[in-house]
Design a protein around this ligand. Structure first.
Ligand SMILES: C[S@@+](CC[C@H](N)C(=O)[O-])C[C@H]1O[C@@H](n2cnc3c(N)ncnc32)[C@H](O)[C@@H]1O
Length: 354
């Protein structure tokens, strides 16, 4: 991508280029320069809220390894591990299951060099078990389970308008002191792609995760070759809608997307209907998309909390309950976050979805 926010005076920039530049510019980008996680940062994710979330993901991974027939070698790839909070708890959980642990190779797929440093500090473990990767070349044999929390929503999207059957793409341009949006005729190749998805039919405003799908193409190839699957947890919706869902967050508050560039996070709501269609088209089976509440409860989060509470004082119990409430309450993360699993395996009986 040649154009960036710095030379916006001369050029216009598509939404995904803007989003990509703001987050991942090597020198200035938000994720290249900042640790945004936690109370002191800009936002809090589920692994920051409670370790119990990551433990449950760990249990789900082990159960899926069992469903895959307990292969002697299993590759686990965390997509976008952030500050490493989940990976740290996963390693701790995996160690409690020696047979699984000896089979597992754990890869962390991370784009930000700064976050890789932070993750390395947090996850101190034998170097022959954990590997940081920027592509999937090292994953050559054994089934593979990819998983990511709030990974897909951090990958830039394109935005389009459909006017009387004409497809137009949204761009940004600087006019005097302000950045303004405008639309240009969409490329024919993009229009063809958008028209091909049933889940986008009839919409007059479309969000399309071109770069996200490029990431998934690489992942799907590995799954089709080696078997296994991909679990994604993200905020998003089930029925396609005509909404501009791009949002920016800074210091736990909403921020104008065109302000505080490089200093604020940018995300969007994932269209799970479109995501399911994409996986189906690429020959993966897809479990019915469920809410975070459904998934975590099915995987036994409430029972696990009960066990933990037995060794806690009143203050700790209250603290755990408050955090659990945040993860599960329908008005908080419980319903807004969805879980999808796309896979290649003869065994469809994967836990957490029915
Ligand atoms: C919103 S954060 C979520 C972090 C963590 N999973 C959590 O739940 O706390 C998004 C993460 O994905 C990473 N990321 C985004 N796009 C990526 C890409 N194309 N390849 C690898 N990592 C990426 C970011 O650097 C960051 O670590």
């Amino acid at each position: 991508m040649k154009t960036n926010i710095n030379n916006l005076n001369q050029k216009s920039i598509a939404v995904d280029e803007f989003f990509n530049n703001a987050l991942f510019d090597k020198k200035k980008g938000y994720y290249s320069t900042k640790n945004p996680f936690g109370k002191k940062g800009d936002f809090v994710t589920a692994p920051n809220i409670s370790d119990i979330f990551s433990e449950i993901i760990g249990i789900w991974i082990i159960s899926t390894w069992e469903k895959l027939g307990k292969p002697k070698k299993i590759n686990l790839v965390e997509l976008g591990p952030g500050d490493g909070s989940m990976a740290k708890i996963l390693v701790r959980t995996f160690k409690r299951f020696p047979k699984f642990y000896s089979s597992a190779y754990f890869f962390l797929y991370e784009k930000s060099d700064l976050l890789i440093k932070i993750q390395k500090k947090k996850i101190k473990i034998e170097s022959n078990k954990v590997f940081w990767i920027k592509d999937f070349k090292k994953i050559k044999n054994g089934p593979v389970i990819f998983f990511g929390n709030e990974f897909f929503d951090a990958i830039p999207i394109k935005q389009f308008q459909v006017q009387k059957g004409h497809y137009l793409e949204k761009f940004f341009r600087k006019s005097k002191y302000e950045i303004k949006e405008f639309y240009k005729k969409a490329k024919n190749s993009d229009e063809k792609k958008l028209r091909s998805f049933n889940s986008l039919k009839g919409l007059n405003f479309i969000e399309y995760p071109e770069l996200g799908f490029q990431e998934l193409d690489k992942i799907i190839k590995k799954i089709l070759l080696l078997s296994g699957g991909i679990l994604l947890i993200d905020y998003g919706y089930l029925q396609s809608q005509n909404l501009n869902t791009l949002q920016s967050i800074r210091k736990h508050k909403k921020n104008d997307i065109l302000k505080n560039i490089y200093k604020a996070d940018i995300t969007y709501l994932v269209n799970f209907n479109l995501l399911s269609e994409f996986f189906f088209r690429n020959n993966l089976k897809v479990k019915k998309v469920v809410t975070q509440k459904f998934f975590l409860e099915k995987m036994g989060i409430v029972e696990r909390a009960k066990i933990l509470k037995k060794n806690m004082n009143k203050l700790q119990v209250n603290n755990l309950e408050r955090r659990l409430h945040r993860l599960l309450d329908r008005k908080m993360m419980g319903d807004l976050f969805k879980v999808i699993f796309a896979f290649k395996s003869n065994n469809d009986d994967i836990l957490g979805f029915d």
